[in-house]
Design a protein around this ligand. Sequence first.
Ligand code: NAP
Length: 246
Amino acid sequence: MTKPLEGRVALVTGASRGIGRAAALAFANAGAHVVALARTTGALEELDDEIRALGGTSTLVPLDLSDAGGLEKLGPALMERWGKLDILLANAGVLGSLTPLGHATEADWAKVMDINVTANLRLIKSLDVALRASDAGRVILLSSGAAHKCLAYWGPYSISKAAVEALGRTYAAETATTPMKVMLVNPGPLRTRMRAEAMPGEDPQTLRTPEDLAPHLVEIASPSWTESGKIFDFPQGKVLTPQMPV
Ligand code: NAP
């Protein structure tokens, strides 16, 4: 049987651990060539070993998402090597400090916005040509329930994820007449380092894992996926259509 992502090229940001790592492995297992981006080279090399053990292939991109010049080169490099990019999983993110807005530092705000929002805009700018060159370009951006709940003390992170949702929906509108599909994903609480940082008192064993989410990311990344500009909400297990207030 043909694998669902056979022959696809998938760029995964934040592939060194957590959701990105599980997605990279699932994409490779589904037949995609994975371009794995993160800062931690050792973890990327371990991922590469695991992908090879599955019979898959990967290209490692050790890069800091705050490196605007590095991101600018990505699209042209992918075009030169493959002539397209089929899947962008814009997953990497940072939590920043959990603090009242009145105490949020400009440095923390700038870092959260730079990695969670601006880097994703830079990725879209760099990769747009390659994504449109695919016969079924798929863009998946990781959002969070925090974008909607706006909990006390989660300000910069919540605001950054609300911006990610606006970014994804805008890109979906701009690509509506093309074969591309752009989806947001709310993973809900999953057992990762970020979640442990946010909720140190929580027992991680009570949470679902990135491996539980990964098959859904494969489905959304596949050419047969038809929705765009919507949110896949993993806790509810369904696609939500963002509502305009009336
Ligand atoms: P995680 O375990 O902390 O992993 C974050 C990933 O992002 C790592 O691979 C990290 O790689 C990468 N990253 C961070 N800063 C980077 C930078 N400057 N340059 C390049 N890569 C960078 O987080 P996670 O829980 O898997 O979260 C993944 C996504 O899901 C995030 O967008 C998060 O907001 C969202 N999310 C998670 C949960 C949850 O419960 N886990 C809930 C809602 C939303 P390096 O450190 O190696 O660079």
